[in-house]
Design a protein around this ligand. Structure first.
Ligand SMILES: *[C@@H]1O[C@H](CO)[C@@H](O)[C@H](O)[C@H]1NC(C)=O
Ligand SMILES: *[C@@H]1O[C@H](CO)[C@@H](O)[C@H](O)[C@H]1NC(C)=O
Ligand SMILES: *[C@@H]1O[C@H](CO)[C@@H](O)[C@H](O)[C@H]1NC(C)=O
Ligand SMILES: *[C@@H]1O[C@H](CO)[C@@H](O)[C@H](O)[C@H]1NC(C)=O
Ligand SMILES: *[C@@H]1O[C@H](CO)[C@@H](O)[C@H](O)[C@H]1NC(C)=O
Ligand SMILES: *[C@@H]1O[C@H](CO)[C@@H](O)[C@H](O)[C@H]1NC(C)=O
Length: 824
């Protein structure tokens, strides 16, 4: 275990929490770590390149307003997206012309078959009445379908009767501690560090009071804003007397009261910076010293006095209280999102009338007593309740932005985040809300197995000494993930009958990490449907990551051989990372803010004056296998041969190629799609901005490549030195008519590359439409409309986002087509 590596993880968390910076398209936290720690190195390589600013050229922006019918599908009110959002149901599905338009560029029959399907009637969902042991000791939710308790962080056992500690610490378990099942801590009964002069940095190490079931650090000692727990013997869920101000890894004391250096703290932070009379832990309106309001739900001045709504999946459907991601359901309500009610009990309104809940929650139609429509489309999907591998991780995540795609501000209004891996929480939540959700396993076409793999990999794994699967941070994160998935598999296949019914063929797993499903246990991978971002198809694959902790081929250290789970590598062999016959490469989650300037969201089409573009990590501070060496080689060729001046090609990182990323993509004809440590969301960036993707990754499928006609809107170039060298000539040789044709095809399918489903997304789309409508004075708008024809650009602003064919619905449409195959 490399301490420097773990430390950079801590720094990253801090960055996440403290900065409001809109996210650049980083591939992974590893890239983020590299870019934050390599600024010194970078100056050496800086070339000081700037993309020239283009002056405004008409046609700039098109206004679609009722009376003018000049362009595609002018709506009468372009700020209103709600009509299309609701267009998924009803007769609209069956119109053949509409169907041809909606299924443009689709490969095979999946799209049409979904739209033409015969809807199935709603059935009243069965409601469970099984009781749980000892009512889950007042701690957990009783799942009345299974009679099993779902316990929050800090609790375990059949009745949540057992306390589970996750204390702040200065070390991980040693190889010989194979039978030590409790996490190792370094705090005393007063919850303060045993000896701050003792060496050893772990991200959870704490200069204050440690809330020891979460490894959460707050102000301590006798400070005014210290944590004061509930009195001993209080009933479950009694709130603390005082939460106290949080202290994060980034603000740990590096110099003690007597001026002695503390090696695990921050050298520039003195004891008095936190505990002095005017400091963070004592003052009402303090300077933060990089501490910050890190916990979700805890607003400024971060002492617990200003609570706002934290994120929970579908906000517990209004029938529970959200505790840092985990829903504590109201009496009788159950399930991960508290959307079900025990048989025989009245359905009440709960929190549904609270305005911020109302704006966020979509009650899953199947949970209503009277369904809103008589019928619904297939596929019907049953979602397992696996709180131990989903919402419990959210409780352990410490930083409010980590693992998240949306959050609340202090006034409970919603905003969007762009964590690279947030598809996990997004897809889970959106399925929970969906009309495709069923509560009846017997009628289910599919079973979704929610596990927040990447959220566990980071920030939870390595923060404290646990939770583990199974040995401590022994070299790879992939071992923990693989073992965790085996445990989930064992759990569902022994607890429920549905895995064995079809050998898991109708089960769906999401593998969003850098190298996707490469190291998934074969027993799961062999049959289940995998949604992934990494479409690598070769069978004899070796890990390609430059991030050593994710290298799934690395030999396991011998000193851990007695630990269970160390044989994981033998259980993941014999399968590719992705099989186009049963798996699907899905888009990464991109906040709509990421492409808000694109005509797809009503922005102005720009003149595409740049030939080719790639901005991102070009691997100069990396192992050579990063990006299969491609980014490095292309950057080198670009620089050496002056492709910028000669060909208007731009390849570099943000220091070299400056300016707004989105605008650059909107101005480029071709954009490179290259791997990173595994996947990199470049196809999404390109397509959402109408830039023709140039894919360079042999034997790897790009997003939806198995189900869309990629040849009609993209170019593929071999991973071959001669081909890379000839990039400018290859691109310049594409005839303008072919470019125009590819662009037209892009504009027929680009909306499938972003997630736009759900009430929070709908509100954001409305807001974006409203701002782009007011941004342009009428005169200019009129001019633009008058001059813009379909010949000028295929990228004309859409009247509304086609939500019913966004990325989420594209996945459902494809799943529908797979129903029969999974029955064979
Ligand atoms: C446009 O939609 C908004 C929001 O639904 C509404 O308030 C407004 O009256 C509509 N305008 C027109 C011209 O229909
Ligand atoms: C720890 O867990 C392992 C595996 O579950 C078990 O075999 C062992 O007995 C446990 N040790 C203790 C001290 O409880
Ligand atoms: C925001 O939500 C929290 C938690 O649900 C609530 O206590 C608080 O009063 C709300 N604040 C506002 C401004 O609505
Ligand atoms: C997975 O499938 C392969 C090929 O069909 C088969 O040889 C292997 O035994 C299967 N492994 C497991 C664990 O099911
Ligand atoms: C848009 O509508 C306004 C008011 O309805 C009208 O004055 C204006 O001329 C229209 N613009 C175009 C380009 O038709
Ligand atoms: C699945 O099979 C049924 C019965 O053979 C058939 O009617 C239906 O069209 C098939 N569905 C798809 C999507 O292929």
């Amino acid at each position: 275990m490399d301490a420097a590596c773990t430390r950079s993880l801590g720094l990253v968390l801090l960055l996440l929490v403290l900065s409001d910076a809109s996210w650049l398209p980083w591939t992974s936290e590893q890239e983020l770590a590299a870019s934050s720690s390599s600024s010194r190195r970078r100056t050496l390589l800086q070339i000081g390149f700037q993309v020239p600013k283009i002056s405004i050229q008409l046609p700039l922006r098109q206004y679609l307003n009722g009376s003018n019918s000049g362009a595609a599908g002018a709506g009468s009110n372009r700020t209103d997206h709600s009509e299309l959002a609701g267009a998924a149901g009803g007769e609209a599905r069956r119109d053949e012309g509409d169907l041809r338009r909606r299924c443009a560029v689709a490969k095979g029959s999946w799209c049409g078959a979904y739209l033409r399907q015969d809807m199935v009637p709603y059935k009243t969902a069965p409601r469970g009445d099984k009781e749980c042991p000892n009512a889950c000791s007042g701690w957990g939710n009783c799942n009345h379908d299974t009679g099993l308790c779902e316990c929050p962080a800090g609790r375990a056992g059949p009745a949540c009767e057992r306390e589970v500690k996750r204390p702040c610490t200065n070390r991980f378990r040693h190889p010989h501690e194979v039978n030590v099942n409790e996490s190792v801590g370094h705090i005393g009964p007063d919850k303060h560090d045993l000896d701050i002069q003792a060496p050893g940095w772990i991200a959870s190490r704490c200069s204050g009071y440690c809330i020891d079931h979460l490894a959460l650090c707050t102000c301590g000692r006798d400070s005014k804003y210290r944590h004061i727990p509930a009195p001993a013997g209080s009933p479950p869920w009694t709130p603390p007397v005082q939460w106290g101000r949080p202290m994060t890894d980034g603000c740990m004391i590096g110099v003690d009261k007597d001026g002695n250096r503390i090696d695990w703290g921050r050298p520039h932070i003195k004891d008095s910076d936190l505990y002095g009379p005017e400091a963070w832990c004592n003052k009402d309106n303090p300077i933060s010293h990089q501490c910050g309001c890190v916990w979700d739900g805890n607003g400024w001045p971060c002492d617990g006095s200003q609570q706002y709504e934290p994120f929970c999946p579908n906000q517990c459907t209004g029938h529970g209280d959200c505790h840092m991601g985990w829903c504590r359901c109201h009496p009788g309500w159950y399930g991960t999102d508290c959307s079900r009610k025990k048989a025989g009990m009245e359905l009440d309104e709960g929190h549904l009338s609270r305005p911020w809940i109302k704006r966020t929650v979509d009650v899953p139609p199947a949970s209503l007593r009277t369904p809103p429509l008589p019928t619904r489309p297939r596929p019907l999907i049953y979602i397992y309740d696996l709180t131990d591998y989903t919402t419990k991780f959210l409780q352990l995540r410490l930083g409010a932005d980590a693992c998240m795609w949306r959050r609340y501000s202090q006034d409970n209004s919603s905003f969007l985040l762009s964590m690279t891996y947030s598809v996990e929480a997004y897809l889970h939540e959106t399925l929970l809300q969906s009309e495709h959700r069923t509560f009846d396993p017997d009628e289910a076409d599919f079973f979704y197995v929610p596990v927040y793999v990447t959220c566990y990999m980071w920030p939870i794994l390595g923060w404290a000494d646990g939770p583990w699967w199974y040995a401590p941070l022994a070299h790879t994160r992939t071992m923990h993930v693989s073992n965790m998935l085996s445990e989930v598999h064992a759990h569902i296949s022994s607890t429920f009958p549905w895995w064995n019914r079809r050998g898991g063929r109708d089960h769906i797993w999401l593998m969003a990490a850098d190298e996707g499903a490469c190291y998934m246990p074969t027993a799961i991978y062999n049959t289940s449907i995998i949604l992934t971002h990494w479409g690598r198809m070769d069978l004899e694959h070796q890990s390609n990551t430059a991030y050593q902790q994710d290298n799934y081929n690395m030999a396991m250290p011998g000193e851990f051989k007695a630990w269970p789970g160390m044989d994981w590598q033998s259980r993941m062999r014999g399968h590719p990372c992705y099989d186009p016959r049963k798996d699907l490469v899905i888009p990464a989650f991109k906040s709509v803010d990421h492409f808000r300037d694109s005509p797809l969201l009503g922005g102005a089409p720009l003149v595409r004056d740049l030939l080719c573009y790639f901005r991102g990590d070009i691997g100069q501070a990396r192992f050579p296998q990063y990006s299969r060496g491609l980014r490095q080689k292309l950057f080198h060729l670009w620089h050496k041969n002056d492709w910028a001046a000669k060909h208007k090609i731009y390849i570099g990182n943000g220091e070299m190629v400056r300016g707004p990323y989105s605008e650059h993509l909107l101005r480029s004809r071709f954009c490179l799609v290259l791997p990173g440590d595994g996947w990199s969301p470049r196809a999404e960036d390109a397509v959402l901005h109408g830039c023709i993707p140039v894919v360079i990754m042999d034997n790897v499928h790009a997003v939806f490549e198995s189900i869309l006609d990629w040849e009609s809107f993209s170019i593929r170039i071999r991973e071959d030195d001669a081909a890379l060298e000839a990039l400018p000539q290859l691109l310049e040789a594409v005839p303008p008519e072919r470019v125009a044709k590819m662009q037209r095809n892009l504009a027929r399918v680009w909306h499938r590359f972003a997630y736009a489903t759900g009430p929070v997304m709908a509100a954001h789309l409305r807001r974006i439409a409203a701002t782009s409508a007011t941004a342009m004075p009428e005169m200019e708008a009129a001019q633009a409309v008058a001059t813009l024809t379909p010949r000028d650009t295929p990228f004309r602003p859409l009247p509304a986002y086609p939500v019913s064919d966004d990325a989420f619905h594209t996945i459902l449409q494809w799943l529908h087509h797979r129903i029969n195959e999974t029955r064979a």
